[in-house]
Write a protein that binds this ligand. Sequence first.
Ligand SMILES: Nc1ncnc2c1ncn2[C@@H]1O[C@H](COP(=O)(O)OP(=O)(O)OP(=O)(O)O)[C@@H](O)[C@H]1O
Ligand SMILES: [Mg+2]
Length: 135
Amino acid sequence: MVFITDSQEETEWLGGWLMCRFSRTHRTFLLFGDLGSGKTSLTRGMVRVAGGYGVRSPTFTLVNVYKTPIRRIFHVDLYRVETPEDFYTLGVADFLGREMTIVEWADRLPERVEGVRVFLKNLGGNRREIRVSPD
Ligand SMILES: Nc1ncnc2c1ncn2[C@@H]1O[C@H](COP(=O)(O)OP(=O)(O)OP(=O)(O)O)[C@@H](O)[C@H]1O
Ligand SMILES: [Mg+2]
């Protein structure tokens, strides 16, 4: 599936739809895309539709956890992860695959992980292409 969004709000709404579409069948969401492509915005919409709030970029903390009425949602940013050692030190491997987890900079994962894959691309201005697999 390919979507085009023209604002941050639209990307958030798309995140809400993704959560509705996949949360029954998938618990891992892998986000790929350059700086500013909209990964955190998409995450905000995903968490909001589940009843959570307060999504900010976890770039400095690396892992945030949001409480929602039905589950916890882990939000991970691997931008600063450069080696497998960095990754394993973070402790993400302890909950990845068990808890609902959204991973920004998923290309930094040192191993193959199953999940919904979302590829975000900045097309210039406020336009973003957002590709989702599976459809
Ligand atoms: N269509 C759009 N979708 C999402 N964000 C948009 C869009 N158009 C403009 N923006 C702007 O682009 C930025 C996206 O930031 P966001 O933090 O969501 O990206 P990110 O991919 O998480 O970046 P980073 O790699 O730094 O974590 C925001 O400043 C937002 O306002
Ligand atoms: Mg981000």
